[in-house]
Design a protein around this ligand. Structure first.
Ligand SMILES: Nc1nc2c(c(=O)[nH]1)N[C@H]1C(S)=C(S)[C@@H](COP(=O)(O)O)O[C@H]1N2
Ligand SMILES: [Mo]
Length: 229
């Protein structure tokens, strides 16, 4: 990765963050002064284990219908909608982008939490910076190869720990967990992260995804026990 490209992405990312900072600060994971849970604070000031969650050692698999037929040779990601410069990436071009590593926790609405996973991939904020969202963009819909969809407000999607991951604890992301590429949303319940991600569409109004149309919370904040609507 050329340093100047990395610098350009970083600059665009910081500008986009600046535009969204007020809204990000008003989001539950940054404004909640009474987060519910137990254990020492995580780096966002939230108790490590949200209320109603228990720790799991093994990572359960949860999805609608199992892995779709997609691998590194056929995988493509489209980023489009309310953006200035839509983008189509394949596996090779995705891996040539600036890479981010992060360690975070994974909270499933069905009450298990997987702690301290080490993730590698590309941050959503970097991808968003590259497509130049229109001023009117407020949300994104993520689409997956199995037909799954889930929506996110931009102020959540732009958080530093929202990544499109290709590795987990130093290994390629297992197929059953969304490999080759999935989204993770550590500050929201895990259904907000699409496995086998195929498309990210920027929206100018909120739209509901698969579980959100079926009674799951639109906001999905684990430290408010915000599971269903
Ligand atoms: N493409 C796709 N992504 C998905 C789902 C799905 O059915 N299809 N299920 C969601 C739900 S409900 C959860 S809890 C997490 C589970 O991720 P895991 O199977 O890796 O634990 O993936 C989310 N992402
Ligand atoms: Mo879930």
């Amino acid at each position: 990765m050329a340093d100047d490209r990395q610098a350009r992405v970083l600059e665009a990312r910081l500008k986009l963050r600046e535009r969204w900072l007020a809204k990000m600060k008003a989001s539950p994971s940054m404004s909640d002064d009474r987060p519910r849970g137990t254990g020492p604070a995580n780096r966002h000031g939230m108790p490590r284990l949200p209320e109603g969650q228990h720790q799991t050692k093994n990572w359960p698999v949860l999805d609608l219908s199992g892995p779709p037929k997609v691998d590194t040779s056929s995988w493509q990601l489209t980023i489009d909608g309310a953006v200035e410069t839509p983008l189509l990436l394949d596996w090779k071009s995705f891996n040539a982008l600036p890479q981010t590593e992060d360690t975070s926790d994974f909270h499933c609405v069905t009450t298990w939490s997987l702690m301290d996973s080490k993730w590698g991939g590309v941050s959503f904020a970097d991808l968003a910076a590259m497509v130049h969202p229109l001023a009117s963009a407020t949300h994104v819909m993520t689409y997956a190869y199995d037909g799954y969809t889930t929506n996110l407000p931009l102020e959540e999607a732009l958080k530093d720990d929202v990544l499109l991951v290709t590795s987990w604890n130093g290994q390629p992301l297992p197929k059953e967990h969304g490999g080759p590429v999935r989204v993770i949303t550590p500050q929201l319940y895990a259904w907000k992260g699409a496995k086998w991600v195929k498309r990210i569409e920027f929206l100018t109004a909120n739209k509901l995804g698969f579980w959100e149309t079926r009674g799951y919370s639109n906001t999905a904040h684990p430290w408010r026990d915000d599971r269903y609507s």
